[in-house]
Design a protein around this ligand. Structure first.
Ligand code: HEC
Ligand code: HEC
Length: 483
């Protein structure tokens, strides 16, 4: 039980967000926005209106989308717009794997408005970006008081008191501390973010969009969309959170290390339209990495909050109706969860053992073992990469866009071509693209036996090189690379 003084303080602190965010519903803000969007210092991040894809859609796309029209954009334009057949498939998953935050029956305008105000209070604007870490008092107050000007003060006080009594101090304090630690480690101070925002607007925004949504205009055929950061999911990461970590929100899978983001930006993504940025100074690179993380944390908090409210079929009797202070608390929980997940990823880099061969002959022997593993039912690579990936087998990904298991004969690797990069890809999979993680196979390997993942890496490298392929076949004539 906490002393009365603390409880009073908590109640007063609870009113802070209302002082900060306000509760009027006037349209003054939107008017201002339309006349001033050209002037960046007052520009705001726009509210999210596109579909929320909360799980990889079922089924598989039958063809590539029309250029400039990623499937979820066509879904918004339905029944106009191209690719009616793709959209028909996606429409079957509405309210299951795909949610619509613009449906006023699911997300009411006052809720959308409140989310927007909270986002601005926590994350600022493009010219003045920030990632605000709330003090502990604010967390307790938001959790327990849940102030709502629509409700009577007496009712509020009563339920606040009972919530204070059952509040899990230790658990939430632990979470708040984990979030604070992650926040500090991620370099999210306002000065860094302001510099990063400038770099981003100059070099990245045309493809990734002002909020990090990914510009549909750049939805090229046979290529991935510019990354939508707002799901907090990335492909080329070398972090792998263990499965036994208690799940917070969306979970920590698919979160990168800062070093992963820096590498992708510095070297570009081979085989896609994402360019390399060799001319950024080390400082600019670090700044823009922070800014991408800012957009991602902001976007994922918005995504998770909207998804919770609009996923009506998943709401239980215990879920409140998410207005006023209830919405603030939902938002704050999501925000802490997102930060904690970034922290978990940072603490769990994939343990990549040093490359285990001594000479070129051993590398080819290892590649031959890797070839067998590739064919084995245990690894089942060919179930997705049929004919070594030369066969086109399109799939949906976590954004509801289209992905194609890589053609592995070309030797073009998006996540980096070093052995370590490919090792990380196999160890942790490619989460948002649905590629399997193979780290479990390591546990089944006897001590002293060759590392199966390194064998497959050597096979992949040999597969992408005609001379190595010939050498493998000279050593073992049963090996075939045709379909
Ligand atoms: C010409 C368009 C274009 C520009 C400009 C561009 N990108 Fe990208 N970016 C892409 C595409 C396309 C992808 C998706 C690649 C994929 O899915 O394999 C991507 C992916 C990414 C990713 C995700 C990597 C991952 O592991 O999932 C990050 C981070 C990123 N870009 C950051 C940046 C930054 C920062 C800049 C500016 C310095 C930038 N991009 C400029 C097109 C672009
Ligand atoms: C469940 C389907 C699935 C399975 C099983 C699978 N992959 Fe993949 N793989 C994919 C998809 C999809 C992509 C493309 C991801 C993207 O572009 O976003 C991919 C991409 C890759 C890449 C490209 C990485 C890069 O940096 O560009 C490699 C290499 C790869 N897979 C190797 C393998 C190997 C080896 C196996 C078996 C040990 C395997 N995959 C099993 C679906 C799968």
């Amino acid at each position: 039980m906490q002393p009365l003084g603390f409880r009073v303080r908590v109640f007063l602190v609870a009113l802070l967000p209302w002082a900060l965010v306000g509760c009027d519903n006037s349209t003054a803000a939107t008017d201002r926005e339309t006349t001033e969007t050209a002037l960046l210092p007052t520009a705001r991040y726009t509210p999210r209106t596109d579909f929320l894809v909360i799980a990889i859609p079922e089924g598989a796309p039958t063809h590539w989308h029309a250029p400039g029209y990623p499937p979820t954009r066509s879904l918004r334009l339905y029944p106009q717009g191209p690719d009616a057949d793709l959209v028909a498939e996606l429409r079957k998953q509405l309210n299951k794997n795909i949610l619509d935050p613009t449906d006023p029956n699911l997300l009411q305008p006052v809720q959308a408005d409140r989310i927007q105000r909270l986002l601005e209070a926590y994350f600022g604007t493009p010219a003045v970006p920030r990632v605000t870490m709330p003090p502990w008092d604010t967390v307790v107050a938001t959790a327990t008081v849940r102030f709502d000007p629509q409700k009577r003060l007496g009712t509020l006080l009563k339920s606040a008191q009972s919530r204070l009594r059952s509040f899990k101090w230790d658990l939430w304090h632990e979470d708040w501390q984990a979030a604070t630690t992650a926040h500090n480690a991620l370099h999210l101070d306002s000065a860094t973010l302001a510099r990063g925002s400038l770099v981003y607007r100059r070099w990245c925004m045309q493809c990734h969009g002002p909020t990090g949504a990914g510009e549909p205009a750049h939805a090229v055929v046979n290529g991935p969309m510019p990354r939508d950061y707002r799901q907090g999911l990335f492909k080329y990461t070398s972090a792998f959170p263990p499965a036994n970590v208690k799940k917070k929100g969306q979970g920590a899978a698919g979160k990168p290390l800062r070093a992963d983001l820096a590498r992708v930006i510095r070297t570009g993504i081979d085989g896609t339209i994402m360019p390399a940025f060799p001319t950024l100074s080390p400082q600019e690179l670090e700044d823009v990495v922070s800014y991408v993380i800012h957009l991602s944390i902001r976007g994922e908090t918005e995504f998770a909050t909207m998804a919770k409210i609009t996923h009506v079929s998943k709401l239980t009797e215990d879920d409140p109706d998410f207005f006023g202070g209830e919405l603030d608390w939902l938002f704050l929980q999501n925000y802490l969860g997102v930060l904690i997940n970034w922290g978990i990823a940072a603490q769990n880099p994939i343990p990549i053992p040093p490359e285990p061969f001594k000479g070129d002959e051993e590398r080819i022997d290892s590649a031959i073992r890797g070839f067998r593993l590739y064919q084995s039912a245990e690894f089942g690579c060919a179930s997705c990469h049929a004919d070594y990936g030369r066969a086109q087998q399109l799939k949906w990904d976590a954004w509801g866009t289209i992905v194609q298991p890589r053609n592995l004969t070309l030797g073009v690797y998006r996540g980096g071509r070093r052995g370590e990069d490919l090792y990380a890809r196999l160890y942790g999979g490619i989460v948002p693209s649905g590629m399997t993680a193979f780290h479990e196979q390591l546990k089944k390997t006897a001590a002293g036996a060759p590392d199966p993942l390194w064998d497959i890496v050597h096979f992949l490298q040999a597969l992408g090189d005609p001379r190595d392929r010939r050498r493998m076949q000279e050593k073992d004539p049963t090996i075939r690379f045709d379909p």
